[in-house]
Design a protein around this ligand. Structure first.
Ligand code: FES
Length: 160
């Protein structure tokens, strides 16, 4: 009889220990979940955009009379006889990425047919404005730098 009581007490203890561990485990999971959501809630809800400053590399990499589209940055690096300049490659109509057409010597928008001269000036189409010139300069290391966020008035060539 005494042995039966001892077995029941052991079983009761094991059951109690199991439920205590289960409860602590659940509490731990709930605490971890709360911490994760609390961290996300307190973190600033900010979009981290890439820098508007582009390093376009060495000037020697661009032949004279060349138009180079940087698809990732949405800019043209143009080396004219007068010097270097950079144009936005984003159409001023509805924001499509334009393309240089070397056989025609123009920049064309594939979306609604706007056409621009190499200088960014509009030739035809629904685009309301020319392609803007972007600020360009030579870094201390001799690289061509472009600030996509800064427009400049046309004909401001960078001469090397
Ligand atoms: S987006 Fe270029 S013409 Fe419409």
């Amino acid at each position: 009889m005494e042995e039966k009581k001892t077995n029941e007490a052991n079983a009761d203890f094991n059951r109690r220990a199991f439920f205590v561990k289960l409860g602590l485990g659940s509490l731990g999971i709930a605490t971890a979940g709360t911490a994760v959501f609390g961290y996300q809630f307190l973190s600033p809800n900010v979009l981290y955009e890439p820098s508007p400053i582009i390093n376009a590399g060495k000037p020697e990499g661009y032949p004279i009379d060349s138009v180079t589209l940087d698809v990732n940055s949405g800019i043209y690096i143009i080396r004219a006889k007068e010097g270097f300049f950079s144009l936005s490659a984003v159409c001023t109509h509805l924001g499509c990425l334009t393309a240089w057409k070397p056989e025609l010597g123009i920049i064309a928008c594939p979306c609604h047919g706007s056409k621009f001269r190499q200088s960014g000036e509009k030739i035809e189409g629904p685009a309301p404005k020319p392609l803007p010139w972007k600020r360009m300069w030579i870094s201390d290391d001799g690289d061509l730098m472009v600030d996509r966020s800064a427009d400049v008035s046309p004909m401001q060539y960078v001469r090397i």
